[in-house]
Design a protein around this ligand. Structure first.
Ligand SMILES: [Zn+2]
Ligand SMILES: [Zn+2]
Length: 451
């Protein structure tokens, strides 16, 4: 029987002094459930037996077998000693991996990594590596020279075997290729270990119970955060923000290095956010702690803000959710309560309000970017649906409205008309200039349909 293995390995081991892993890795795609070191060891057993048969029958010399049996293979070494008691084992490093794949080396790296990561709380991890280009090139050349067709790359071998050893040091954590908490990068060029703790994403909803609080922190326009007379040396335009109240306790508890607040749209500074609240994701970079006590943190947020901001936490999420809440779900339907002040009193006959209510139910509104936001938003016309428009209360010069509409509609402009930029508008239909004096978001729905 022609042996593929025998014929391919023999010329290879005449040239190379290889460890079990580097021999086995050249056939790493054959058979699953084996380590490359096991494959290499099996091949060495097979080859050494072949050699011993030849030696007994024909008294062949040590020749090429000496380097094969003396690296990582004590059984072969004993056999050689039997026939050549004076032979010296070859203790040089593996010519392929320079011993980077030797168990003692991998174990020393795992120990060091384990010490470095002691401050971090995590349940999943991934191992990556940077290899000296010479080693990678050398293996590529070897592979084409000896026509090895079933090999695995040295990096994936290294990463996996080191991962296995690390798992024995950290029994509570498992390897995760998709979304690991911790990524270890073993840099074999710089001889260093880098630890990256992937961000934590916390999904929740906030309620803002007082007017005059912006969603995000606003740096002072004059000093840009340094502190000056204009901002009373706070560096901020507003003393508080939903972002700061909601984020700080999470940031402190997770011991991160920075944080971001991603809201699903935003209400005006002077509008309250009531009902079940507005969805948000808080992103904490490089967290050390991942098991957070949501209940305690939610209470801290409420306490720190004197009840101005409340949160309910749904749990941990991922970066995909951030994109989703910032784009798709910002179109989700909203319900508003608007107190509208009229410039002139209503006529005694209120029936005009009934007509308007009907006209604004299930209607498409064309809105050109409002004057008040034109400096930071592109000038364009958007179409948004108003699905329900009801009068809750009406006096001669003040009307309270309950409006349900698609996300992204500017409610203040729906009322005022924004000098004709919003069509149709409440003020236009009424024939009396009208402005919103108090606005509350009373519900953020879970879809574009207000169900
Ligand atoms: Zn090797
Ligand atoms: Zn300032």
């Amino acid at each position: 029987m022609e042996s593929y293995l025998f014929n391919t390995i023999l010329p290879f081991i005449e040239k190379h002094h290889v460890c079990n892993s580097c021999l086995g890795r050249q056939f790493g795609n054959l058979l699953t459930g084996l380590s490359n070191a096991d494959r290499g060891s099996a091949l060495k057993i097979f080859l050494a037996m072949e050699w011993e048969i030849n030696h007994r029958q024909a008294k062949t010399g040590l020749s090429n077998i000496s380097s094969l049996v003396s690296k990582d293979f004590s059984v072969g070494e004993q056999s050689v000693r039997r026939y050549f008691p004076d032979s010296e084992p070859n203790s040089l490093p593996c010519t392929i991996c320079q011993d980077f794949l030797s168990y003692p080396f991998l174990e020393s790296l795992a120990k060091e990594a384990h010490d470095l990561v002691s401050e971090y709380e995590f349940s999943t991890f991934l191992v990556g590596s940077k290899f000296p280009p010479g080693i990678i090139d050398n293996e590529d050349i070897t592979r084409s020279t000896f026509s090895f067709e079933y090999g695995e790359s040295i990096k994936s071998d290294f990463n996996r075997e080191l991962g296995k050893i690390l798992s024995t040091f950290i029994p509570d954590a498992t390897v995760d290729f998709k979304a690991p908490d911790i990524v270890f990068t073993f840099d074999l060029i710089q001889n260093s270990i880098d630890i990256k703790s992937n961000p934590l994403f916390i999904l929740g909803r906030y309620r803002k119970l007082e007017r005059g609080i912006p969603q995000s922190k606003w740096f002072c326009r004059k000093c840009r955060g340094v502190g000056c007379n204009h901002c009373n040396f706070t560096g901020k335009m507003y003393q508080d923000s939903v972002e700061e109240y909601a984020t700080t306790p999470f940031f402190n508890a997770a011991k991160g290095i920075s944080s971001k607040f991603h809201g699903s749209g935003r209400e005006d500074i002077d509008a309250r956010m009531l009902g079940t609240g507005r969805p948000f994701v808080i992103e904490i970079s490089e967290p050390k702690i991942r098991n957070l006590d949501f209940k305690t943190i939610a209470k801290q947020i409420s306490d720190n803000s004197n009840g101005k901001v409340e949160v309910t936490i749904e749990g941990l999420t991922n970066r995909t959710k951030v994109r989703e809440i910032k784009t798709r779900s910002s179109r989700n339907a909203k319900a508003y309560r608007a107190v509208v002040t009229l410039e002139k009193s209503l006529p005694d006959n209120h029936s005009i309000l009934e007509t308007i209510t009907e006209e604004f139910t299930n209607i498409l509104i064309q809105q050109r970017t409002p004057i008040r936001v034109a400096h930071r938003r592109a000038d364009k016309i958007r179409t948004r649906r108003v699905s329900s428009f009801q009068i809750e209360k009406a006096t001669k010069d003040e009307i309270t409205l309950h409006i349900v509409c698609e996300g992204g509609l500017y409610v203040k402009e729906l009322i005022s008309g924004d000098q004709g930029r919003t069509q149709p508008s409440f003020s236009g239909k009424l024939g009396i200039p009208a402005v919103v004096t108090k606005l509350d978001v009373i519900e953020v729905f879970k879809s574009t349909d207000p169900i």
